[in-house]
Design a binder for this molecule. Structure first.
Ligand code: GLC
Length: 665
């Protein structure tokens, strides 16, 4: 059952698509303390889930999370905000599950037992929001219960129903993708493809980072380094490989650059209070931000993707759309003035840090976010009042345009920044992680929360973006990423090369990727069923085994689809790990795509050895797992499947197939 409440005068976000009447009063399960502040008592056993892409565990208790889309590349557990604002929270206590969605683009603070262990406090920056309260019982018109429904899952399914169907990518986007910031030329990309081919490692896509553009200008191509781009796209496509370029939020200010000129002429850029366009800086130096909150600007910007679609491109990633600001023109002037004021002083304990602070706080500065405006639904809004919608609206611009520009073909799209609602137009990747062991665990823990919020198509930069990766870290990370819908290896400029063919044990890496391809019929089926039934693709154990306290406390094992559980090894030098089985399961030990061992294990704790070249999967009782013969691209995968079963018939498995390209109506 879902009830919608109105607090003050909320800004419409269009994140919820089901029209619903507003219930008078305030949510029953929350205590309204004062202006935009709610409280709820947490008992010792209360678990709190949701909030999408944030730091820390699956159970969010014990920290404070702030929805405030932030370009912060250091994802340590000290942080409160990452790139996304996904304000859905699920509070679960014994049989009692209740979900809340705080639909407001302003900052929202979720103190989940941070100040007091036994209290949830939600503080809205301004007391204007729609608040949805979702209980597991179903009203007549609500989505039907499925057999597997447990209280948490039922709450999530109802929530997902009101926010609309999750984005569905083309099937090739389940293949493996190679990316790196710093592929400078067509030749670099050709070498990457050659490297994978020679190493016989499957590959479906290569990503083009900002280096493909002319001077970091959106919707341009550097003709010198990428000559005959359409010919290149075709040459690569003939090998069944897709090129996926990046698009950034900022538009370079440059006389004669079409996107800039048109944007000025047609009034598409965000303005300052005095009516002049706001000048910020990102990769190309000075930029304007398109006012993507404005419908006409969304249409204009979305149409620009045709520049690349017309050249044969069929996938994109949207970046820097929090939006990230290196500095603003005004902020920079101010900073220089301040810095000069320190000249000649004896910088001491107080003043030295004030001095360094001037430069340290110049990027993504709150003053800048409070100094430009949007036109949204016929009204003017200062950016910071609806900051969290910007990435959503950028991706919506693209998604809505694709419906017109490419009505017969799904286009791959994922974004860095997001708000709930964006999940209908694209997926997300989890941004600039590091090649740290702790970030494998973070990756595991973010996945179910993203699913709860509708972001089914998601994944992390496999191997880690910043810092130098190592062979063992990459191998262990692969044992997570081969199960995530988005499976991309991405790394930062200046870090050690991490294409899989470069590693001494590339045969082990090949094996892992081949296993991924063997699993694609299953992973794609489970993804599609989750999308079409508004359900979870990756679940925490507690969603399936709510009565099992051990399962509910397990933070490093996941259910992937209906048939399997994974328990990846994510600690340095570990030779295996303890795995908790919430029921009897069949352990499947793979070396590459070759099944080496099948063994039924009883419910309970087991120490499982897992060498660096192995992947261990646990098959649930009464379930089957289809496997394909691996191929080097998804286009070459055949549907002659073999099934591994545990007390089930192959026929019991509900395989989903389609052409993988036609948009699903
Ligand atoms: C941002 C993105 C990263 C990309 C880089 C250069 O840091 O998060 O993925 O490689 O910008 O475009």
């Amino acid at each position: 059952m879902i009830r919608k409440y109105r607090l003050g005068d909320p800004i419409e976000t269009e994140s919820v698509v089901c029209p619903m009447p507003v219930t008078e009063g305030l949510p029953e399960g929350l205590l309204y303390v004062s202006e935009g502040c709610f409280k709820k008592v947490l008992t010792e056993n209360t678990r709190v889930y949701g909030l999408g892409e944030t730091v820390r565990g699956i159970n969010k208790r014990g920290w404070k999370y702030i929805s405030n889309c932030t370009d912060d590349p250091v994802h340590t557990e000290t942080k409160h905000s990452l790139y996304a604002a996904q304000n859905f929270i699920l509070v679960w206590d014994a049989d009692d599950a209740v979900g809340y969605y705080f639909d407001t683009p302003c900052k929202v603070e979720f103190d989940v037992g941070y100040e007091r262990y036994d209290e949830l406090v939600v503080r809205l920056e301004t007391p204007d929001a729609y608040v949805y309260e979702i209980t597991p019982d179903l009203a007549e018109n609500e989505s039907k219960a499925s057999e597997a429904d447990t209280p948490c899952r039922r709450v999530v399914r109802q929530f997902r129903h009101i926010i609309g169907r999750s984005y569905i990518p083309p099937r090739w986007a389940f293949g493996y993708g190679q990316s790196r910031w710093g592929y400078k030329s067509r030749e670099d990309i050709e070498n990457v493809i050659k490297g994978y081919k020679e190493a016989d490692i499957p590959l479906d896509s290569v990503y083009l980072d900002i280096d493909y553009m002319d001077a970091f200008k959106d919707f341009t191509i550097n003709e010198k380094t990428y000559p005959d781009f359409p010919g290149f796209v075709k040459e690569v496509k003939d090998k069944n490989i897709h090129l996926v370029p990046i698009i950034d939020a900022g538009v370079k200010i440059e006389k004669g650059y079409e996107v800039y000129e048109e944007g000025i002429e047609q009034d598409h850029f965000c303005k300052k209070e005095d009516g002049t366009p706001f000048v910020a800086a990102v990769w190309p130096g000075r930029v304007h931000f398109p006012d993507l909150l404005k419908k006409e600007t969304r249409e204009w910007f979305g149409e620009k993707y045709s520049f690349l679609l017309d050249k044969g491109i069929d996938g994109f990633w949207n970046d820097m759309n929090e939006p990230a600001i290196f500095y603003s023109e005004d902020g920079l002037k101010e900073a220089f003035k301040k810095i000069r004021s320190f000249e000649g002083q004896n910088l001491d304990i107080g003043t030295f840090f004030q001095f360094t602070n001037v430069v340290e706080t110049i990027n993504n500065n709150p003053n800048d976010y409070a100094s430009f405006y949007h036109e949204y639904m016929g009204k003017r809004f200062r950016h910071d009042k609806l900051h969290n919608l910007y990435g959503y609206m950028m991706t919506r611009a693209a998604g809505e345009a694709f419906e017109k520009l490419s009505p017969d073909k799904r286009i791959l799209m994922f974004s860095r920044s997001s708000y709930i609602g964006m999940h209908r137009y694209g997926g997300v990747w989890t941004g600039d992680n590091d090649s740290w062991w702790s970030h494998i665990l973070l990756n595991i823990q973010q996945l179910p929360a993203l699913n709860m919020c509708g972001f089914l198509y998601c994944g992390a930069d496999t191997g880690g973006f910043s810092a130098n990766t190592t062979e063992d870290l990459m191998l262990r990370w692969l044992t997570v990423s081969i199960f995530t819908p988005l499976f991309r290896n991405h790394s930062a400029l200046g870090t050690r090369d991490q294409e899989l063919y470069r590693f001494p044990h590339k045969d082990w890496m090949r094996g892992m990727v081949r296993l991924r391809y063997a699993l694609i019929p299953y992973l794609y089926s489970e993804f599609m069923k989750a999308a079409l039934n508004e359900d979870m693709y990756i679940q925490p154990l507690s969603f399936a085994y709510p009565e099992d306290d051990r399962a509910c406390c397990t933070e490093d094992q996941l259910l992937v689809g209906e048939s399997i559980m994974i328990a990846p090894v994510y600690t340095q030098n570990a030779k295996g790990r303890y795995v908790y089985l919430p029921e009897d399961m069949k352990m499947l030990r793979f070396e590459g795509d070759v099944l080496k061992e099948e063994k039924v294990l009883e419910k309970g704790d087991h120490y499982i050895d897992v060498s660096l070249k192995e992947v261990v999967v646990f098959l649930r009782k009464g379930h089957a797992l289809p496997l394909a013969k691996p191929a080097n691209t998804t286009a070459e995968l055949k549907n002659d499947l073999t099934y591994i079963c545990f007390d089930a018939d192959p026929g019991s498995y509900d395989l989903y197939t389609d052409d993988g390209i036609t948009p699903v109506k």
